[in-house]
Design a protein around this ligand. Structure first.
Ligand code: SF4
Ligand SMILES: [Zn+2]
Ligand SMILES: [Zn+2]
Length: 311
C-alpha cells in the first residue's frame, strides 16, 4: 500500500477517504482537517487564547499538540476526578505532556482537583449526593472549565470530541428525540451570555481511529484505558453499533454527522436568536455568579449538599 499523495510506503489506510498516507502526509491530512474545522465553523483566530480541556486520553492531548503546531495560543486544564489508579495515571500522562509543551511552546497547564475542593473523589461525592457518577462528573467539569476560562480570560474553550463521539451523541439524541440537545449539538457554540465561555470541538472531522494513529505516530504518550465509569454506558453501545455500520459501509459516521450539521446550518437559529433565548432564562447564580436558570447553580447546590451530607 503506497501513500496516495507522495507514493512512498503508506502507514495508514483511510477507507472513508479512499486514501492511504505515509506519516508526513497523514500528519498533513490531520492538521488540514482541524484547520478546516476551525475556519468553517468560525472557531477562533491566531490572536485568541484557547483553553483545551485535557483528560490524558489520545483525543485531548492530540488536540493540544495540533493546535500548538498550527501556531495557536493554547493552554490546557486538567480536572483530577480522584478515581484511583485511573486518575493517577492520566494525571501523570498530562503532566508529562504539559512539561514538554511548556518547554517547546511556552504553553501552560491549569489543574483542578475534585478531592481538594469537595473533600471526596467523584465516586464518593456522587454517592454522598445520591446522583449518578457521570452526571456529577459532567456538572463539575463543565463548571470548572467555564470558571477557569472566564477567570483567566480565555477567548474560547476547546474539547477533544471527535467524529465518533459526535455521531454517537447524535444517534442517542435522535433515538430519544432530545430536540433541545439536537438544537445545541454544534461544533461551535457561541458565548451566548456574559459569564459563559465560547465552546468549540475542532476534532469533529476526525475519527477515533485516525486520532489514535496520530497519537501513536507522533509519540504522544496517552492513557489507553477508558475511564472505568464509562463501562456499559449508552455512548459506548452507540459507538459499537456505528462501528459495525462503518465496517460494512465506510463513511457512514461522516455522512450521518456531517449530514446533520449541513441540515442544521440551514435551519439553525442565528447566534443572536440563541443568545436572546439564553439571556431570557439565564441570570447569575446568587452564590458564585456563573449563569444559571435557577437561583443557585447546580454546581453550588451539589457542593452545598455534599457539605450537609458530610456534617
Ligand atoms: S465516564 Fe468517567 S470521565 Fe466520563 S463522565 Fe463518567 S466519570 Fe466522568
Ligand atoms: Zn506521503
Ligand atoms: Zn453557583
Amino acid at each position: 500500500m503506497n501513500c496516495t499523495k507522495c507514493k512512498t510506503k503508506a502507514v495508514i489506510g483511510l477507507p472513508r477517504h479512499n486514501a492511504a498516507f505515509c506519516k508526513n502526509c497523514f500528519n498533513g491530512f490531520v492538521h488540514d482537517q482541524v484547520a478546516r474545522a476551525i475556519k468553517s465553523e468560525w472557531m477562533f483566530g491566531k490572536e485568541d487564547r484557547i483553553l483545551v480541556a485535557v483528560s490524558g486520553g489520545k483525543d485531548s492531548l492530540a488536540l493540544w499538540d495540533i493546535l500548538l503546531k498550527l501556531g495557536y495560543r493554547a493552554d490546557a486544564l486538567y480536572v483530577n476526578l480522584g478515581i484511583g489508579a485511573y486518575s493517577e495515571q492520566s494525571h501523570a500522562k498530562v503532566t508529562k505532556f504539559a512539561e514538554a509543551v511548556a518547554a517547546s511552546h511556552g504553553a501552560m497547564l491549569h489543574l483542578h482537583t475534585v478531592e481538594q475542593e469537595a473533600g471526596a473523589g467523584i465516586k464518593e461525592l456522587a454517592q454522598l449526593i445520591h446522583r449518578p457518577t457521570c452526571s456529577t462528573c459532567g456538572t463539575i467539569k463543565r463548571y470548572q472549565f467555564n470558571r477557569v476560562a472566564i477567570e483567566q480570560q480565555y477567548d474560547v474553550m476547546a474539547t477533544g470530541h471527535n467524529l465518533d463521539d459526535e455521531a454517537a451523541r447524535l444517534l442517542g439524541n435522535v433515538l430519544h428525540w432530545q430536540e433541545e440537545y439536537l438544537d445545541k449539538q454544534s461544533p461551535s457554540l457561541p458565548a451566548s451570555v456574559e459569564g459563559f465561555a465560547k465552546k468549540v470541538k475542532p476534532l469533529y472531522r476526525l475519527s477515533e481511529r485516525e486520532l489514535a494513529a496520530y497519537a501513536v505516530l507522533n509519540r504522544i504518550d496517552y492513557i489507553v484505558e477508558e475511564c472505568p465509569m464509562a463501562k456499559g454506558s449508552k455512548m459506548l453501545q452507540y459507538k459499537e453499533v456505528l462501528n459495525r455500520l462503518e465496517t460494512e459501509s465506510p463513511g457512514t459516521k461522516q455522512t450521518f454527522y456531517w449530514g446533520f450539521l449541513d441540515k442544521q446550518s440551514k435551519k439553525q437559529p442565528t447566534a443572536t436568536t440563541m443568545a436572546e433565548k439564553d439571556r431570557a432564562v439565564l441570570h447569575p447564580c446568587t452564590s458564585c455568579s456563573q449563569p444559571t436558570t435557577a437561583e443557585v447553580c447546580s454546581y453550588c447546590k451539589m457542593m452545598a449538599r455534599a457539605g450537609t451530607a458530610k456534617s
